[in-house]
Design a protein around this ligand. Structure first.
Ligand code: MG
Length: 203
């Protein structure tokens, strides 16, 4: 399986990164070795001094598809959860400045903790989900899926014109404003509505 991540899909986040609002979705990938599940602890990597959290809604792809049209895209995912797109911001800035790819800043081992999936039919409205991240019981990031620049269906349609989706692939749909640093010893808890989706320590 593969993990496809969307960048700059919330206006306020694009602003805080001093990035332009994209005209088409920006995407990149993480390998399956980036996954971290079951609230296992995350070990702070020694190659960065500025590890950032980015809390994101994650879709689970449930069938094979390429060149998926927008009107059928909703048939290609069946469940949602929250995930963190851990980013070595110092390395990413360096890569950006040099015009180099971001992989070492984004695709490293365990850089994608995810919660358990909830079937999309169990949500009252997947286009209006409040989600938030707490670090040591303080809210540090809040978002709502209604603020996405590109909808789930637009993302799936666009990405699938370049890359085939397979069953079990994951789509990180972008982070809202409020990204920031994590430190060793922090406890991260992420909620969709009032449901606790992630609860793990940085060690
Ligand atoms: Mg992200």
């Amino acid at each position: 399986m593969k993990i496809i991540c969307i960048g700059r899909n919330y206006r306020e986040h694009a602003k805080e990164m001093k990035s332009e609002i994209p005209q088409v979705p920006v995407f990149f990938m993480k390998p399956d070795t980036a996954l971290l599940r079951n609230n296992q602890p995350f070990y702070y990597p020694d190659f960065t001094k500025e590890l950032n959290y980015e809390l994101e809604v994650v879709l689970r792809i449930n069938r094979l598809g390429r060149n998926i049209s927008k009107r059928f895209a909703n048939r290609y995912y069946d469940a949602l959860t929250l995930g963190i797109d851990f980013t070595a911001r110092d390395l990413q800035q360096e890569c950006k400045q040099k015009g180099l790819p971001w992989e070492k800043a984004k695709a490293f081992d365990y850089s994608a903790p995810i919660g358990d999936f909830i079937l999309k039919d169990e949500f009252p409205d997947i286009f209006n989900i409040d989600f938030r991240l707490e670090i040591n019981d303080e809210v540090v990031q809040k978002g709502n899926t209604s603020d996405m620049i590109f909808s789930y269906d637009e993302l799936i349609s666009y990405v699938s014109s370049f890359v085939t989706f397979r069953t079990g692939d994951l789509l990180f749909t972008g982070t809202p404003a409020g990204v920031g640093k994590v430190n060793i010893g922090d406890r991260l808890k992420a909620y969709m509505g009032d449901k606790l989706m992630l609860d793990f320590f940085v060690k």
